[in-house]
Design a protein around this ligand. Structure first.
Ligand SMILES: [Zn+2]
Length: 329
């Protein structure tokens, strides 16, 4: 603000006596009009900035009734921080994404790096956001998970298995209808089928087939997939090229709840969340398991108390979350 503008600003706030004085001077009056125009332009800029900042649609849990808020977030800065902090998880057993062999995998690679001035400022003004993701459904717990999410007025992202859709069409439709995102988790979840050939052809075929099935149920054609067992190490560069070409986006996660290991022990699932969650944006891997359902209300409360809001995947606001840090996915 120039000296003249500053003076005008002071004048404007000191009442009618000075107004009368100012009206005697045509030049000053003109300046005042120019200044008003500047103030209006600034207001317009600030308002458009606020619109830009609602980059993510975030649901904050409320006591009663659905309430969607769009707090200011750091936007794209967040995705780079997620990529830096991404865990790499391997799996070589069973039907789940991870094993116990990598307990330190959630440690961010560059956590000691001081953030730049811009990032620092963004971090201070941005609320923390948790994306809850539930794999391996639909199944007997889908409705209950959706019910808990609804009770807290929040949404989550589900990665469903195509071969399990039959008989759970209503659950998937209801989950989608309540504002949750239904993503794809392959038809078979079969490691041999999906990865053994080394080629992406069968993998992509399964996801394309499942995409059509989910669209038929929900009316939405999902673009976001999660590779069974995570993308590392089974998905290499060539494989990723093919996924990109097929038009899919692929999410791994930043926090692995290891819920599938803790049958009958919901407290262990909560403990794992407490141990791992620390980033401004977390994408948390859960499975549709009994112990996960039992721990979920406490996990939501814990994250809320830690200052997290909850967000659901939005295709038009996509950001990358994959172990290879491949920004195309
Ligand atoms: Zn899975």
């Amino acid at each position: 603000m120039s000296n003249i503008e500053q003076k005008e600003f002071e004048n404007a706030s000191t009442g009618s006596r000075q107004d009368l004085t100012r009206k005697k001077s045509g030049g000053r009056f003109k300046k005042r009009i120019i200044f008003s125009a500047i103030v209006l332009s600034c207001t317009a800029l600030i308002m458009s900035g606020a619109a830009m900042n609602s980059y993510f649609s975030v649901s904050a849990p409320q006591g009663n009734g659905a309430s969607i808020v769009t707090p200011k977030l750091a936007g794209f800065n967040e995705s780079s921080r997620i990529l830096e902090g991404l865990a790499s998880e391997n799996d070589n057993n069973g039907h789940n994404e991870t094993n116990t062999a990598s307990p330190e995998a959630d440690k961010p690679a560059h956590s000691e790096e001081p953030p730049s001035a811009t990032e620092n400022k963004a971090a201070k003004s941005a609320p923390k956001v948790a994306y809850l993701t539930f794999d391996d459904g639909p199944g007997p717990y889908t409705d209950k998970i959706v019910e808990i999410l609804n009770q807290h007025s929040i949404h989550a992202t589900f990665f469903v298995i195509g071969n399990q859709l039959k008989g759970y069409e209503d659950s998937v439709k209801a989950a989608s209808g309540s504002g949750n995102y239904i993503g794809l988790h392959s038809m078979t979840h079969n490691k041999k089928n999906l990865y053994e050939s080394g080629s992406s052809a069968y993998f992509i075929k399964e996801f394309k087939r499942e995409q059509k099935m989910v669209e038929k149920i929900t009316g939405h054609s999902p673009s976001l997939i999660r590779a069974p067992y995570g993308s590392k190490p089974q998905i290499n560069k060539k494989f990723r090229d093919d996924i990109v070409e097929s038009g899919f986006k692929m999410w791994d996660w930043t926090v692995d709840s290891k819920d599938w290991q803790h049958t009958g022990k919901p407290d262990k699932v909560l403990q794992e969340i407490k141990r791992q969650v620390h980033r401004d944006v977390e994408v948390i891997l859960f499975h549709e398991k009994k112990q996960t359902v039992e721990a979920l209300p406490q996990i939501i409360d814990y994250l809320t108390n830690k200052g997290y809001a909850f967000a659901v995947y939005k295709p038009d606001r996509h950001f990358s979350v994959n172990f290879a840090n491949d920004s195309r996915l």
